[in-house]
Design a protein around this ligand. Structure first.
Ligand code: 4NP
Length: 160
């Protein structure tokens, strides 16, 4: 499985998703290819926001070596699943990056936890450090739901 998480700046939300998913996938001995990107260019090459790093560190996850990069259309060829962290990012990807695989690969991140809710992970960029804890919790719950669903599918396939 190759998963790409996408937000606007690739310094607050999607880097947390990348680090958390990599951590829990490895814990389950799943060698998935996991990455993140942003739709905007402002922070290319920067490490995750220090509050994102802090909340991950508090949960035993080190994301300090990750670097922001911009989403490219080719990512639709490189990944099996592309998850937008929020509705605005989903809309940008739909409009600005046309690709034949878009409709089959693009999803909204929180729909993996709450199907059809069409909810967004709030952007903590403009807020205080406290906001990052709530964002982390949402991201962790969703990453675990993705992993649980994958393992359930594998079990079902074996039984079939
Ligand atoms: P992110 O948050 O999309 O979760 O990385 C943002 C980071 C920076 C900006 C916007 C959102 N910005 O406008 O610079």
């Amino acid at each position: 499985m190759r998963i790409l998480f996408v937000c606007l700046g690739n310094i607050c939300r999607s880097p947390i998703a990348e680090g958390v998913m990599r951590h829990y996938a490895l814990q389950r001995h799943l060698h998935w290819q996991i990455a993140s990107a942003g739709t905007e260019s402002y922070h290319i090459g920067e490490p995750p926001h220090r509050y994102s790093q802090n909340i991950c560190k508090a949960h035993g996850i080190d994301i300090s070596s990750q670097r922001a990069r911009k989403f490219v259309t080719k990512d639709f060829d490189q990944y099996d699943k592309i998850l937008a962290m929020s509705c605005d990012v989903y809309d940008i990807l739909t409009r600005a990056y046309p690709h034949p695989a878009l409709s089959s690969k693009l999803g909204l991140f929180l729909n993996e936890l709450h199907p059809n809710s069409n909810a967004s992970v709030p952007d903590p960029w403009y807020g205080e450090e406290e906001g990052y804890a709530a964002v982390y919790d949402m991201i962790e719950a969703t990453c675990l739901a993705i992993l649980d669903a994958h393992e359930q599918r594998r079990k079902d396939e074996k039984q079939a």
